[in-house]
Design a protein around this ligand. Structure first.
Ligand SMILES: NC(=O)c1ccc[n+]([C@@H]2O[C@H](COP(=O)([O-])OP(=O)(O)OC[C@H]3O[C@@H](n4cnc5c(N)ncnc54)[C@H](O)[C@@H]3O)[C@@H](O)[C@H]2O)c1
Length: 330
């Protein structure tokens, strides 16, 4: 479960230990449109999930942007793409909670950006729930969720197949997205929020990282199938599909990638793409993010989807919308 160490000590929030950095107030004061007086980092004074600590009601303004800044949860925010997104949105005046298993780096990101940090293992459902509840307890609502934590490696198929490695990568890359959405749904339904998942271009083309590719493909399929249902609640759900990005994830392969002349984006470029997706009304898209081309929704061919909405509606809403046997295809 989540546990945070902070150099200024620990602050309990509904059984969680969480630290808010003093840099937040500096950032809030300098951010246009932000509430300078908002900085308590506790649920105290926040009513019904819609008012901030200063008693101001946060009114949604479109694009998931309530007055006083959006409330944002970023998993895997201690490094690479997640750290870039957390830093970018915090600088915009948003209130950010970084959830990551790496407490040392997570605290460093929090210190640099003014975000909150909560130690979180995204492969565990209860940790995802704790991260969501921590963000809501601190800031009163949840507007944007970036489910971004991920790893490569683990295993491949064949004689050296490693079951533990397989379970690990599926847990961190796929279970995390299912659990993260599941945990966030009640709150993003209330706010008409936005969920963005970091998948990969490896979901859209073959990859030597076959299990990694399978997890990312599953994430894209989940996004495409679930988004139409969430749209009814005003929630958007999209996937970012970056090609190579210059982060610790590819550090071991960096020189061979350079030698091959492959395009490599910066984490800041992916943060740009993240903002492009947040500003776009579309949902259920897999946004290709490559260093050498514009950010676009991947052009999947249009295929008929017989009865799929019924099946999804039954799964998500628990309503009896028809048995799966009604479906022409599963
Ligand atoms: N770097 C690339 O070339 C690239 C390309 C496509 C997609 N991606 C995806 O982008 C996402 C971010 O990766 P990155 O490149 O920034 O790598 P990164 O290694 O810099 O960051 C990944 C973060 O996830 C965290 N994490 C790992 N396991 C976790 C767990 N169990 N619980 C919580 N946090 C955990 C790590 O501590 C780290 O902070 C990943 O999902 C990755 O698959 C990366």
């Amino acid at each position: 479960m989540g546990e945070v160490e902070g150099k200024e000590g620990k602050e309990g929030t509904e059984g969680l230990e969480m630290v808010e950095r003093s840099e937040r107030s500096e950032r809030s004061e300098s951010s246009e449109g932000s509430e300078g007086s908002e900085s308590s980092g506790s649920a105290e004074g926040m009513a019904d999930g819609l008012a901030d600590g200063a008693g101001h009601v946060a009114v949604p303004q479109g694009n998931g942007s309530p007055a006083g800044g959006r409330v944002v949860l970023v998993t895997g925010g201690a490094s690479g793409i997640g750290a870039a997104v957390a830093g970018r949105l915090a600088a915009r005046g948003d209130r950010v909670l970084v959830a990551d298993i790496d407490a040392r780096r997570g605290e460093a990101v929090a210190a640099r950006t003014g975000a909150l940090f909560l130690r979180t293992n995204v492969a565990e459902l209860e940790d995802n729930e704790a991260a969501v509840e921590a963000a809501v307890a601190a800031f009163g609502r949840l507007d944007v969720v970036h489910l971004n934590a991920g790893i490569t490696g683990g295993t491949s198929l064949g004689p050296d197949f490693d079951l533990d490695g397989y379970r690990k990568i599926v847990g961190i890359n796929l279970d995390s997205v299912v659990f993260g959405i599941q945990a966030a749904l009640p709150h993003v339904r209330r706010s008409g929020g936005r969920i963005v998942v970091t998948a990969s271009a490896a979901a859209l083309r073959p990859s030597i990282e076959v299990v990694y590719s399978a997890t990312k493909s599953a994430v894209v399929a989940l996004v495409r199938s679930l988004a139409p249902v969430l749209q009814r609640d005003g929630v958007t759900l999209n996937a970012l599909c970056p090609g190579l990005v210059d982060t610790p994830l590819i550090a071991a392969r960096r020189s061979s990638i350079s030698a091959a002349g492959l395009p490599v984006a910066s984490a800041e470029q992916v943060a740009d793409a993240f903002e492009t997706v947040l500003a776009d009304e579309r949902t259920g898209q897999a946004w290709l993010v490559m260093a050498d081309r514009p950010v676009i929704p991947f052009p999947f061919p249009e295929l008929p989807v017989p009865g799929a909405e019924k099946l999804i509606a039954k799964t998500i809403h628990g309503a009896d919308m028809g048995a799966p046997s009604d479906m022409e295809t599963p």
